[in-house]
Design a protein. Structure first.
Length: 92
């Protein structure tokens, strides 16, 4: 849920979760990792594209935008890690 809520996009959240599951399948020998990796860093960048554009135009508000960047990164990486952990536990 956090991947979808933080990114404000169904597609970014779904891509992050789908790729995290594929990453775990590939690690256990069951899949191919060809193509672009969609990890927490990718998802955070995609989710923040509009706000980053506004920062370029209007400037950074310290204590606001920098906190949002960090929070978005934490949420996306946590969602990716959780999906990988669940997929790994199911593979056992």
């Amino acid at each position: 849920y956090s991947a979808f809520a933080e990114s404000k996009s169904f597609f970014i959240g779904a891509a992050l979760i789908q790729d995290a599951m594929k990453k775990e399948e590939a690690a256990s020998g069951g899949g191919d990792r060809a193509g672009m990796a969609r990890d927490g860093k990718w998802a955070a960048g995609a989710a923040r594209i509009e706000e980053e554009f506004n920062i370029e135009c209007w400037g950074l508000v310290e204590g606001g935008h920098d906190y949002d960047r960090l929070n978005c990164s934490i949420q996306m990486h946590a969602a990716s890690f959780l999906v990988q952990a669940v997929a790994h536990s199911e593979a056992l």
